[in-house]
Design a protein around this ligand. Structure first.
Ligand code: GRF
Length: 189
């Protein structure tokens, strides 16, 4: 895809931003259908913001405590910047039904489990506690029901006997980094 008509994308983060880094790297490749024009963070101390500023990506921090007011501000800003796709990447806030509807359902998320199993938090701990043989990660459309939108792509990751939530999270994160770009290619190429 030549740079002129790439899909203007915003990445929403709350923390480390390792998925953001991989998405940014992918966005610079010729095969990428997206360009990352904006990073929005729910936390002013998110490490992903430092990366974004270093790469001169436009960044905004919003305090999601006043969700309705903030969401309307964000929607206005997204429209002003002609953003067409939102990628949630380690984003820890819940977007309202109104926001999701207003953004024409063009919001995708990465979740560290094999959905529909283990929606919500502490997915690795719960999978290990339940003696699951596999876990994994899933890229899905964001709907008004938490971690329940249409699945785009997912990848299984074997759970070893000696795994801790930390060791499993580390291994799944590596798979997430490869899966997110693949899901975008599946959607738009
Ligand atoms: C990842 O496990 C992701 O699946 C979850 O948040 C974690 C941190 O992501 N949503 P990142 O390093 O901030 O991209």
């Amino acid at each position: 895809m030549i740079g002129l008509n790439k899909i203007k994308t915003a990445v929403f983060i709350s923390g480390t931003g390792t998925n953001l880094k991989k998405l940014y790297k992918f966005s610079l490749t010729r095969i990428s259908p997206i360009e990352i024009d904006l990073v929005i963070s729910s936390d002013k101390n998110a490490k992903g913001l430092m990366f974004s500023k270093k790469k001169k990506i436009n960044t905004k921090v919003f305090n999601f405590k006043k969700r309705i007011i903030i969401e309307n501000k964000i929607l206005k800003y997204l429209n002003k910047k002609k953003i067409k796709l939102i990628c949630l990447a380690g984003f820890m806030k819940i977007l309202s039904r109104n926001f999701i509807r207003k953004f024409k359902g063009k919001i995708i998320n990465i979740h560290p489990s094999l959905l529909p199993k283990y929606k919500g938090l502490n997915t690795h701990q719960r999978a290990i506690k339940n003696n699951e043989k596999f876990s994994g990660c899933t890229i899905h459309f964001v709907s008004h029901k938490l971690d329940s939108g249409k699945i785009i792509l997912q990848k299984k990751v074997k759970i070893y006997k000696q795994d801790t939530p930390k060791s499993l999270a580390k291994r799944i994160l590596k798979v997430e980094h490869k899966l997110y770009p693949k899901a975008i290619i599946k959607l738009y190429c």
